[in-house]
Design a protein around this ligand. Structure first.
Ligand code: EPZ
Length: 459
């Protein structure tokens, strides 16, 4: 199994480009099941999760052309008879659940393995099922599979669907219902829809395919169903979590880096917290009319056809610098536009070295803290109480052998390793490969001393 060996203490300098967003691209690939014409996505990152999704689509009767060098994937759904997403694939990648809505709406039936919990906690799919039932689908569980079928009428019917749950809305649930509703008869109104940028980007793809979606990016999404969708070309939005991770990498090493393809508009809460701690983030080429700081609000915003994201501020170039010890702060992870749970481990690593006490409360996945025990091994001062971790800043972290447990926890440990004194070995790096394209190459380009090694698993 691969591991990263990191010799910490190098200040990062140079330029890095943010890849397309994994969490936007995955459901968009599944959306190709909604039409019999090819859907071509560009700026698709070359990741293990993307390869898993293309494998699943291949099994579901699609012709898939994946060109990693051009960062493009074309999916052409040609055999409508296949409706089953096997346990072996769903188990590896929960995002496979987003084939549920498209399979049901276009092929009339979906049989998708029920995803289990994972390292970040329980991951129920009750809201996905509730949403599809509201559209008239017959949904039941059979031998570990979600089985969804069209009603007697042979078509889903638009309805008012409430998708709020105990921890807010659901991102992939909103996407599943939105894509199924695109082919339903009549109007669907999703109330308490997830507002994440990935939902809005999905709506943009659906619109390019001929769907009629408005309000995506807000808690109320309205879909007027159409009889059929057609092929489309679409460029995936930049990955806000990868972008935030590189900001943290510059900050934790007191570095100065330039980040291209930076989705400022999707990172408002994150930039607010980074700036509060003392990290400087300035656009290199401000978009016309933009103020000097990417976090500063503008009077007018150019809206794309869906609504909330400002196209100019989704692909900026920014310079990030951190020259002094950082201020401590409080973080509450929240649904978008709040601070994202997918950057919680990374900001924790950073706050381990802040000048005082910080508090991090996880409000989306209350058990997403497997990185805490590993950071303790590196000399961090952390006390967990339920969904909250008190982070008392220390003068330095010390290199150690640590184990990655999930994608974002791995990123947090790598950041800690970049700042630590001595050598840190982060094992089970396959987790990071699921969501960051060749992260070691990006970090090496920035001057980090990080190497990928093959490490035999010890008994
Ligand atoms: C997406 O997962 C992302 N994955 C996750 O990123 C991200 O952490 C999460 O959204 C929250 O932002 C992809 O986009 C592929 P949710 P998703 O349904 O959609 C509860 C990463 O590291 N819930 O929005 O599966 C749930 O338990 C991954 O890239 C229900 O109660 O997450 C959680 O507390 C990890 N019932 C909250 O809602 C449901 O039916 C939000 O989950 C569904 C969810």
């Amino acid at each position: 199994m691969d591991a990263f060996v990191i010799n910490g203490g190098k200040r990062l300098r140079g330029t890095v480009r943010v890849h397309g967003a994994k969490n936007a691209a995955l459901p968009q690939l599944a959306a190709a099941l909604l039409t019999d014409q090819p859907v071509k996505l560009s700026d698709v990152p070359d990741l293990e999760d993307i390869r898993n999704m293309t494998k699943l689509l291949d099994e579901l009767g699609c012709e898939v052309e994946h060109d990693p060098a051009a960062s493009s994937v074309t999916v052409h759904s040609t055999d409508d008879s296949k409706c089953k997403a096997r346990y072996d694939i769903v188990r590896k990648m929960r995002a496979s659940v987003c084939v549920l809505g498209p399979l049901l709406a276009r092929r009339g039936k979906a049989q998708v393995s029920m995803p289990g919990g994972c390292n970040i906690g329980d991951r129920p799919v009750d809201l996905h099922m509730r949403g599809l039932r509201a559209l008239g689908a017959k949904v039941h569980l059979d031998s570990g599979y979600i089985v969804a079928e069209l009603p007697e009428s042979g078509r889903l019917t638009g309805a008012r669907v409430f998708l709020g749950g105990p921890f807010g809305s659901t991102v992939l649930g909103t996407i599943n219902v939105m894509s199924a509703a695109a082919l339903a008869k009549g109007r669907t109104i999703i109330e308490s829809a997830a507002c994440e940028p990935e939902v809005e980007d999905m709506a943009n793809l659906l619109s390019a395919m001929g769907a009629n979606v408005t309000g995506a990016g807000t808690p109320r999404v309205i879909i007027e169903g159409v009889d059929q969708l057609h092929g489309a070309k679409h460029k995936v939005i930049p990955d806000r979590i990868e972008a935030g991770t590189y900001v943290a990498a510059a900050a934790i090493t007191n570095g100065q880096i330039t980040i291209e393809n930076f989705p400022t508009d999707a990172l408002t809460a994150v930039l607010d917290r980074f700036e509060y701690t003392g990290v400087e983030i300035e656009p290199v080429k401000p978009a016309s009319g933009a103020g000097p700081s990417p976090t500063r609000k503008r009077g007018t915003r150019k809206k794309n056809n869906q609504g909330t994201l400002d196209d100019d501020r989704m692909r900026q170039t920014v310079r990030v610098a951190s020259t002094r010890r950082l201020e401590p702060t409080q973080i509450f992870t929240q649904p978008h536009p709040g601070f994202p749970t997918d950057l919680q481990a990374q900001i924790m690593a950073l706050l381990c070295l802040a000048d005082g006490n910080s508090m991090i409360t996880e409000k989306i996945f209350p058990d997403r803290f497997l990185h805490v025990a590993e950071l303790l091994r590196m000399g961090a001062n952390l006390v967990r109480n339920g969904p909250t971790v008190l982070v008392s800043g220390v003068r330095e972290l010390i290199g150690a052998q640590v184990m990655a447990s999930d994608l974002r926890a791995s990123a947090g440990l790598i950041l800690a390793g970049l700042a630590a004194r001595g050598t840190t070995t982060v094992s089970r790096i396959y987790h990071v490969d699921r969501g960051y394209e060749k992260m070691e190459l990006s970090l090496q380009k920035l001057g980090a001393d990080v190497e990928r090694v093959n490490q035999p698993e010890k008994q």
